[in-house]
Structure formats: C-alpha cells, structure tokens
Write a protein that binds this ligand. Structure first.
Ligand code: AHR
Length: 496
C-alpha cells in the first residue's frame, strides 16, 4: 500500500456552496421509468399508491432528499405535446414513443400528475420543453398553464382541470440535445432558436424569475458551449447544459454485470473524463461570463451499458453493481469540487433506466448501490465546499492510468465536516492521510459502502446484499485522519 494524501484548505472567507441541485434526478417517458416505475395507474390494486404514484418509491426518494426532478425527457421531450396530457384521462390522445421502443402510450401521466408528484416528493420540478417538434406558442402556453395565477386562457384551463394555484415551476429546459435527437441543429442555429423561445417564455410573476437552461454540449463538443456563450445573453439563459455518459464504446457498451477488468477500467476512465469536461467547459464559460452569472448544468450523467438480456433494447434497463457506485461517488466528488460553476446535475435515470437508483418488478422495489451513494452524499447538499489538494496513486490498466482515489469535503451549517472518499482500484486498498488544516477535529465516524465482489448487485432475491455499514476504522492522529479505503469502496466521514 502506497501513500495518498489530502490537504484540506478550509478558509472561513470562502463561501462556495455545494448547490443541492447537483443531487438532482431525471425521469423520462422511457421504458419502465414513468409507467411501472413511478406510476402504476389510479386503478391498480396490487401496488400501494397515491393517485397512481407508488408509495414505496415516494418514501425512498424522500429519504434521498432529491432536490429536483427533470421530466419528460430526454429525447422524448422534443416529441411531447403537453396539451395531450391534461384533462380527462379517458379522452387523451395516444402518443407513439418513437425514440424508445416504439411503444404507444395513453398520456395518462401528464403535467398535473408530474407536478403533483413533485409536491409529494418535496422536490422541485425541472420541465424540458419541446423545441424540436414543437412551437414557440406551445412552450409559452405551458409556462402560463403551470405558472400564472391571474386570468388567462391557459391559467383558466388549468383551473378548469382542477388546480387553482399555479405550481410556480422555476427550472425550464429549452429543448434537449438540440445537436442530436432534439433536431440535429448546428450550435449557431440552435442559439438563434433558443433566443426566440426564451423570449416568449414569460415569467408570469413567478418569484425569482425563470431559470432557463440551454440544451448543452455532448461531452467534449467545446464549440457548442463557446457558441452558446457567445450568442445568448445572460438575461435569457441561466444555465448551459452538458451531457456525458460513462460509456466504453457506443457500439460495444458491454454488459452491466459480467464486465471484464478492461471494461471496468474503461468505464472508470470515461467517468473520470467528467473532471476534464467540467474544467474545460467552465474555462470557456469563464471567458464570456467572468462574474459567473450562468451555471453549468450537467443534466444527464451516469453509466450506460447493454440492456439486461431478454429485455426490450429500447427500454435501457440495466443492473447496477459496485461499478456504478464507483461512478456515482467519483462523479459527485467531481461536481462538489467544481461547485463554483456546476450548480445543477441530473443522474440518468431515476427508476428502471440506465444508472437507476431504484429498480422495480411488479410490487417489488429495490435500492441500488447508486441509491446508497446518493444517500450517503446528501450531507453535502447546500454545505460549504472545503477546497482540497489531493495526491493519489494511480489505478493502472496496461499502460493507461487514472487516479485511484477521489475526495471531496464540505462543512454544514452546524459546523460538521463531511469527507467523501472513493477508491476505484478493484484490488488494492488505499491508505490515505487527511490533513485537516485549520479544522479542529475532535471525533470522527463514518459509513462505508462496499461488497465482497466488484460485480455484486442488489437483486430481487437479495435486495439488501449491498447497503451502507458503520465504519469505525478512521483514526484521528493529531490534526490528521488516517484511513484505509478497501478496494472499490465509498466512505463518508463525519468529523465533529
Ligand atoms: O437518458 C437517455 C437518453 O440519453 C436521453 O433521452 C437523451 O437526452 C440522451 O441521449
């Protein structure tokens, strides 16, 4: 075991807050995420529900304190016509989900269902508007429908449909992946279109103003961010999105459980690339927006593998092993450490799709290792970032290297320090010494998420196989905390 060190650089004058919205989620009309995952229908008699929304899911997500939920897509958003999803459920038209499995749905989960569900979840909605196949008026109408308290054609319609008070939705995406499924646009063309849409998305007196997010770059398309920053004024755009998935190779994504050592390394390398992406996109934003008025919003991230054998390829259902816990722990450390510019992010996707936090099978539900990482990390939400210097040994495969250890730290309003540590090395434990600097540490305790095998996962037969355990092996030694992180583990320490 070699030496890894962390130097905490706490500075009471430093006030970068880790925005809780970094811990956001994403629910698309895709496979079994909305239908079966969140919504089982109001007449369901086998799964306990509240107006069709699963009670077990609400309870689990409330424990995560999810700060926001993005909906209805994804690619689906640019095919979605919100007016088809309001009013009496019996008379709603159907829609064919062209992007995801070609299935026909009945629009029974619409605007009221989603926004009422967000109230149940105590989370903020983040609506993605249809720019690709929609109209400016259609999106402008949606904003009036959900946000206007006065008299107007759309707000009156909302009242007629049973909701008097507006929901006051702050977060709005103006299209999704405009460079691809959202319309195959160029950055120049989209910027112009964006300006038009954003202009007509009136605030309707919504407190604090709308938070409009421009559809962002795919991974390292830096020209996309540069063009948007150059062409769109900050008065119209509060956030610029970025999408990056931890994927080995889009044409050979590999299995979600029985991955090889090489596939594990490549997934970690792709996940670690997020660090470079966030730094480079932020540097472009710094050039055009030195005062930091516009935020980087990573509204899709996570691991993407081949679907589970025997499932619909268009439904993107995959299992979730300790590899996914590594992606989650490492990525959230990256976001925390870049909290100056990254103010919001959305894991893709909440239930039964890609790197899900929850899987369901009929009336059964399980929490994935990714869920547990999000739950352990919730202590960082809205806490003050503690900058740090880290030296880490490498995780090496053949002649490629990435850092084996990742760390982030924060201090909450009661003065407690939390340090999250991840060792992605699949075989070797890492000894790490954390120099607390100016922080006077009196006691340390923590929790760990690990498993017997890297490929372990929670199944419906063994739903509790992986869950956080108390961790008492961190030792306070003068102003330092000495800890050994087992292979493929996530630890969150609480220091009083
Ligand atoms: O999350 C699945 C899909 O990935 C989304 O619909 C799309 O935005 C992205 O390509």
């Amino acid at each position: 075991i070699g030496q890894n060190t962390v130097q905490l650089e706490f500075d009471s004058k430093q006030t970068i807050v880790i925005n809780k919205h970094i811990y956001g989620h994403f629910a698309e009309h895709l496979g079994r995420c909305i239908y079966e995952g969140f919504y089982v229908g109001e007449s369901n008699t086998t799964v306990p529900h509240t107006k069709g929304i699963r009670n077990d899911v609400v309870e689990a997500l409330k424990k995560l304190q999810i700060p926001n939920l993005r909906w209805p897509g994804g690619c689906f958003a640019d095919t979605y016509h919100w007016k088809d999803g309001i009013g009496s459920k019996e008379s709603r038209p159907t829609i064919v989900n062209n992007w995801w499995g070609g299935v026909t749905e009945d629009n029974s989960f619409g605007t009221h269902d989603f926004l009422d569900m967000c109230e149940l979840l105590e989370t903020e909605p983040y609506l993605a508007g249809n720019v690709g196949s929609g109209e400016v008026q259609e999106l402008a109408d949606w904003v009036q429908y959900v946000n206007f308290s006065g008299r107007g054609p759309m707000s009156d319609l909302r009242k007629l449909n049973g909701r008097q008070e507006p929901w006051s939705v702050k977060f709005w995406g103006v299209g999704n992946e405009a460079w691809g499924c959202g319309g195959n646009m160029t950055a120049d063309y989209y910027s112009d279109i964006y300006r038009k849409y954003a202009t007509f998305m009136s605030d309707w007196g919504n407190s604090g103003g709308l938070y409009r997010v421009a559809s962002g770059a795919s991974s390292d398309d830096y020209n996309w961010t540069e063009t948007l920053m150059k062409k769109i004024p900050s008065s119209l755009m509060k956030g610029v999105a970025l999408h990056h998935y931890a994927v080995i190779d889009w044409s050979k994504k590999g299995p979600s459980i029985d991955f090889t050592e090489e596939q594990y390394f490549k997934t970690m390398k792709s996940a670690w690339f997020m660090n470079e992406l966030v730094e480079k996109h932020s540097a472009i934003m710094d050039k055009y927006d030195p005062k930091g008025k516009i935020d980087l919003v990573v509204d899709e991230w996570g691991g993407w593998y081949e679907v589970e054998p025997g499932t619909n390829p268009g439904f993107l259902y995959q299992q979730n092993t300790m590899r996914d816990a590594m992606i989650a722990g490492m990525t959230l450390n990256i976001f925390n450490n870049h909290a100056r510019r990254v103010k919001m992010a959305n894991l893709a996707q909440t239930i039964n799709v890609l790197q899900a936090v929850i899987l369901t099978e009929g009336e059964k539900m399980l929490l994935t290792p990714t869920y547990h990482v999000m739950e352990m990390y919730k202590v960082h939400q809205d806490a003050t970032l503690i900058p740090l210097k880290l030296t880490s040994e490498d995780f090496t495969f053949k002649d490629e290297h990435i850092p084996a250890v990742s760390v982030s730290a924060s201090q909450n309003s009661s003065g407690q320090t939390h340090i999250s540590l991840v060792n992605i090395d699949p075989k070797v434990a890492k000894k790490i010494s954390v120099d607390m600097g100016e922080i006077n540490a009196k006691a340390v305790n923590g929790r760990i998420l690990t498993a017997k095998k890297l490929r372990d996962y929670n199944s419906f037969l063994e739903p509790q196989k992986i869950s956080p355990q108390q961790f008492t092996a961190a030792v306070l030694n003068g102003g330092k905390i000495e800890v050994e992180i087992p292979p493929f583990s996530v630890i969150v320490l609480q220091v009083n």
